[in-house]
Design a binder for this molecule. Structure first.
Ligand SMILES: Cc1cc2nc3c(=O)[nH]c(=O)nc-3n(C[C@H](O)[C@H](O)[C@H](O)COP(=O)(O)OP(=O)(O)OC[C@H]3O[C@@H](n4cnc5c(N)ncnc54)[C@H](O)[C@@H]3O)c2cc1C
Length: 413
């Protein structure tokens, strides 16, 4: 595994994104209504061409297609490479978390269309999402299915040539304001048959029987519940293959998991920058705070953990883009470590700023509320630990089998 470093082009691009986030996107974010979809902000992300990059056939995506993790079932692995997605999310998060989140949610909602959709579905929705004119959402979680997503219960009951969707989705970002939803439902009539018998559907928001309501969160976030009361869907609305929807969901989450870590790294870097600035300026006991050893050690700890998180995220993204076999473990490690690190770094930044950071509207007060959710969504930290341990044993078993199969003379001693 090479020691990771960005090339000059990538470094320049990240700097450009940070500037755009502060100068162009943050003013739009500040004008938005808290807890509502910010359409002018999404339109600006479209105009800047950043949404389109999510669905472009990038180098990373091409490498992924050719690599070992390329899907076996004919799904189209188009879309941003994982590293590009991580750089985008990390850089935007440093300047404007609202812009970062708006971009990520468009990606999450539309990625299944890009990767598993038909030409007709792609032509109808991807240009609209890329231009920032249509809002997408990813509807997997339910009142009874969060960490255990495979236990989802939304029913798709056969009706003529199609189905009627009945049930509830909860904690769906961009609901109920999105223009279309990627919805995961049970088409096999079973209850709780784990990941089997689930189908992904592309459901436009204007389908009869689909209603929703907003939920207020700790950090303002457009999120809500959806109620499906016999919502009609046809075979033309299926994303991918009937009965293989859980794979579509996991494929999307596998791409996005390291990038949640990148979002966390972006927040940690913003908190660290603010702390370097503040502790150099603020005086106490006859000198700047930075000259107090206890403060300096805290800053060193923040910086070291942030850098370690960043490297884990880039390594996971690189593994995804090159089709390495250890993607699930690396992605889980990156998401776990980066989100837990960001919580530590932001909390320490608040502590080193004192009361001023707790003033409503202070950037750190905003980050303090914002940093909490990523430890829960797209797989809580505990779930990531379970994945890491499971994968470690699997990798060890595979290694042992390889050793046993190798001719005796070629075995490592
Ligand atoms: C801001 C935000 C945005 C979201 N956006 C979306 C979205 O767009 N689409 C969508 O479908 N969902 C979304 N979600 C839902 C999210 O995916 C779920 O919250 C998440 O999967 C956890 O499910 P849960 O909240 O029901 O917690 P539960 O599953 O009830 O788990 C609660 C806690 O139990 C523990 N736990 C659970 N399982 C295990 C385990 N196996 N081992 C050890 N401990 C465990 C963990 O501490 C976990 O945090 C969002 C959530 C938030 C907070």
């Amino acid at each position: 595994m090479p020691v990771f470093s960005l090339d000059p082009e990538q470094t320049d691009w990240c700097a450009e994104l940070r500037t755009l986030a502060v100068e162009r996107l943050r003013p739009l974010a500040e004008k938005g209504e808290p807890g509502r979809v910010n359409r002018p902000l999404i339109a600006a992300l479209g105009e800047l061409g950043l949404m389109a990059r999510l669905f472009a056939d990038t180098e990373g995506a091409r490498a992924g297609r050719d690599g070992a993790s390329a899907p076996e079932d004919g799904r189209r692995p188009v879309g941003a490479g994982a590293l590009e997605l991580c750089l985008l999310r990390e850089s935007l998060a440093q300047g404007c978390t609202e812009a970062e989140t708006a971009l990520a949610l468009q990606g999450l909602g539309a990625c299944p269309v890009a990767r598993a959709g038909t030409e007709r579905q792609r032509a109808r929705w991807l240009p609209e999402v890329s231009a920032g004119r249509a809002v997408a959402a990813f509807a997997l979680s339910e009142p009874g299915a969060g960490s255990d997503a495979a236990a989802l219960a939304l029913r798709a009951e056969p009706d003529g040539d199609g189905w009627l969707l009945t049930g509830e989705k909860r904690w769906i970002s961009n609901a109920p304001e999105a223009d279309f939803y990627t919805v995961f439902a049970r088409t096999d009539g079973s209850e709780g048959a784990r990941g089997r018998g689930i189908t992904a559907f592309l459901v436009p928001a204007d389908r009869p029987g689909l209603t929703g309501s907003a939920i207020e969160m700790l950090a303002p976030h457009a999120i809500g519940s959806l109620v499906f009361d016999a919502v009609p869907v046809t075979r033309e609305d299926v994303l991918g293959e009937e009965g293989h929807g859980f794979r579509v969901a996991m494929d999307t989450l596998n791409l996005f998991r390291p990038s949640v870590g990148a979002f966390a790294v972006g927040m940690a870097r913003a908190a660290l920058d603010a702390t370097l600035e503040h502790t150099a300026r603020r005086t106490a006991f006859g000198g700047p705070l930075k000259d107090l050893q206890a403060v300096a050690h805290q800053v060193a700890e923040m910086a070291t953990r942030t850098e370690a998180a960043r490297l884990l995220v880039y390594a996971a993204a690189e593994a995804y883009d090159t089709g390495a076999p250890d993607v699930p473990r690396r992605s889980a490690m990156a998401k776990l470590f980066a989100t837990e690190t960001a919580q530590f770094v932001v909390d320490t930044a608040v502590q080193l700023h004192g009361a001023t950071a707790l003033r409503r509207g202070h950037p750190l007060e905003h980050l303090y509320r914002e940093v909490r959710a990523p430890r829960i969504y797209e797989g809580a930290s505990e779930v990531q630990r379970t994945i890491i341990a499971k994968e470690l044993y699997k990798e060890r078993r595979a290694q042992q089998e390889r050793t046993e199969r190798a001719p005796v003379g070629e075995r490592a001693v």
